[in-house]
Design a binder for this molecule. Structure first.
Ligand SMILES: Cc1cc2nc3c(=O)[nH]c(=O)nc-3n(C[C@H](O)[C@H](O)[C@H](O)COP(=O)(O)OP(=O)(O)OC[C@H]3O[C@@H](n4cnc5c(N)ncnc54)[C@H](O)[C@@H]3O)c2cc1C
Ligand SMILES: NC(=O)C1=CN([C@@H]2O[C@H](COP(=O)(O)OP(=O)(O)OC[C@H]3O[C@@H](n4cnc5c(N)ncnc54)[C@H](OP(=O)(O)O)[C@@H]3O)[C@@H](O)[C@H]2O)C=CC1
Ligand SMILES: O=C(O)C(=O)Cc1c[nH]c2ccccc12
Length: 436
């Protein structure tokens, strides 16, 4: 133990030589690797995250002749899409609302591209703009060093740890960085698997099984449908009100139609129209356990960020009795689930479709741009993209990929102004020196 204390002391005194330890049961088995944290000076911005948002801002900067360094904890771009989503996933907004700046989707892509098509678009996008993220590097601390006027961004890598020193720091780690898994009484007792939707690929492994899906956002609703298609027996926990809209209305995408109507009409009127049209197509959803919030879908999205569910067939399955709807879970026992209305039912597996959260407060020391409570910018859209001292945020607008593109453009434009001013300064200095 003394040995450990000594090491801790050394770690404290030696900030550049980070010491990493993994301990097993005995001191003799103690393995120790000493990892040096190498400092890297970056003349352009450092972008944290190589999802669509990080790539979008990298491309916009590149177009202006500004190279950036992109740091990514996973081993690939768009890790949310490649590693944490189910097989049948498609964009649920038409492609024209999901394309990143400077490169449209290929014309042959369908209106709602499949996951693999979206990923291949992103790969082509990264290649076109020569974006080569540093993979397997997790940002663990980023803080502004007032004494020198630069950001210090510390990463942990597989073999080496780094400290990047830069003037601009762009946060692109996303609204969906970490899974939210609420604690449920009796989880330890339940004998079946309890998995988050980020690990769900398809219903194949659940064929013939009774599965409880907790959460009725877009993930929970679509996972239920997928389970039905693989002959599993899903039930859905709906704890609160929810807006379910058809993906298309009057032959147009609901999202596209909403955006068009919003150009002419106030949000409340558009919501009214959407709900009347929805009622004609989907009928009364409260009869099947899905009551609607008092606020309309777009007004609610604007105020709370809660995305309406875009139905792709789940409602019909609920109506047909293929998916049962339950209220909140009270507790779990070995094989069954007790609901708050007193009903009990046996289940083989539980899928937590309970969403995600930002991880920014866990690594960004600055507290001015992002709230520590929810890891999102304090200021609502469209004002949350810029902080102090060269700090920016992209993709935290609750407006999907369209929001990411808007942020990315603004950030690149803003940095370009400083960049040009710097170039001018250097030019002046150079001219002065050559005149001497
Ligand atoms: C299932 C699903 C479907 C969706 N469908 C749509 C849609 O159809 N249309 C739409 O507009 N939006 C959609 N969204 C919204 C979604 O937020 C965007 O699609 C998009 O992925 C957001 O991109 P992003 O780059 O901001 O975040 P992400 O895609 O989450 O990328 C962030 C990256 O940052 C990395 N990272 C996180 N923390 C660190 C760290 N500390 N150090 C280094 N790297 C880190 C992550 O590994 C990740 O690769 C969907 C979301 C989900 C979950
Ligand atoms: N095809 C597509 O393009 C898809 C897009 N998406 C997008 O991905 C993002 C994440 O979606 P999703 O994974 O569905 O997460 P969401 O955050 O949208 O939904 C989480 C759901 O879980 C519920 N919930 C949370 N905790 C509990 C609990 N303890 N008990 C019961 N219910 C609980 C929430 O209820 P409450 O509302 O009451 O808090 C909510 O219904 C969204 O932006 C979504 O639109 C997702 C899937 C497909
Ligand atoms: O998929 C998401 O969660 C998004 O943020 C994009 C989105 C889907 N449906 C919407 C309705 C209003 C605004 C954005 C979206």
């Amino acid at each position: 133990m003394e040995f450990l204390k000594e090491l801790e002391g050394k770690r404290f005194h030696d900030s550049l030589n980070e010491i990493k330890m993994t301990t097993t049961t005995t001191a003799t088995q103690m393995m120790m690797t000493i990892k040096k944290r190498r400092s890297v000076w970056v003349s352009g911005p450092v972008i944290v995250g190589a999802g669509p948002s990080g790539l979008a801002v990298g491309a916009c900067l590149q177009e202006k002749g500004i190279s950036s360094v992109i740091l990514e904890r996973a081993n690939c771009i768009a890790s949310l899409w490649q590693l944490k989503t189910y097989d049948r996933l498609r964009l649920h907004l038409p492609k024209k609302f999901c394309e990143l700046p400077l490169m449209p989707f290929p014309a042959h892509f369908p209106t709602y591209p499949m996951k693999q098509q979206f990923v291949s678009y992103l790969e082509d996008y990264a290649a076109k703009f020569n974006l080569n993220p540093q993979f397997n590097e997790t940002v663990v601390i980023a803080e502004f060093d007032k004494t020198v006027g630069f950001w210090r961004v510390k990463t942990n890598g597989l073999k080496e740890d780094f400290e990047y020193i830069c003037r601009w720091l762009i946060v692109a780690t996303g609204e969906n960085a970490e899974e939210v898994v609420p604690e449920i009484e009796g989880s330890d007792e339940f004998v079946g698997p309890i998995v988050h939707t980020s690990l769900y690929k398809s219903g194949k492994v659940y064929s013939g099984k009774k599965v409880l899906v907790v959460g009725c956002g877009n993930s929970g609703m679509e996972v239920c449908l997928d389970l039905c298609n693989y002959n599993a027996m899903p039930s859905l926990v709906v704890r609160d009100t929810v807006h379910v809209l058809p993906r298309e209305l009057l032959g147009k995408s609901t999202f596209g139609l909403s955006m068009w109507l919003l150009k002419w009409l106030p949000v409340r009127i558009v919501d009214r129209l959407l709900l009347v049209l929805t009622w004609l197509i989907l009928g009364n959803t409260s009869q099947i356990g899905l009551s609607r919030p008092d606020l309309g879908p777009l007004e609610l999205k604007g105020i709370t960020g809660k995305t309406p569910v875009l139905d792709v067939g789940t409602l019909a399955k609920i109506r047909a009795g293929d998916i049962k709807v339950y209220p909140s879970v009270k507790r779990l026992t070995r094989t069954s689930v007790e609901f708050i209305d007193g009903r009990m039912e046996d289940f083989d597996a539980i899928i937590m479709a309970t969403g995600y959260k930002s991880n920014v407060p866990s690594w960004l020391k600055d507290k001015d741009l992002f709230s520590e409570k929810n890891g999102l910018p304090w200021k609502p859209f469209p004002n949350g993209w810029k902080g102090e001292n060269g700090l920016y945020s992209v993709g935290f607008t609750k407006k999907g990929l369209l929001g990411s593109s808007m942020d990315a453009r603004k950030i690149a434009q803003d940095i370009e102004e400083y960049w040009k001013a710097d170039e001018l300064k250097h030019l002046c200095t150079f001219t002065r020196h050559s005149q001497l």
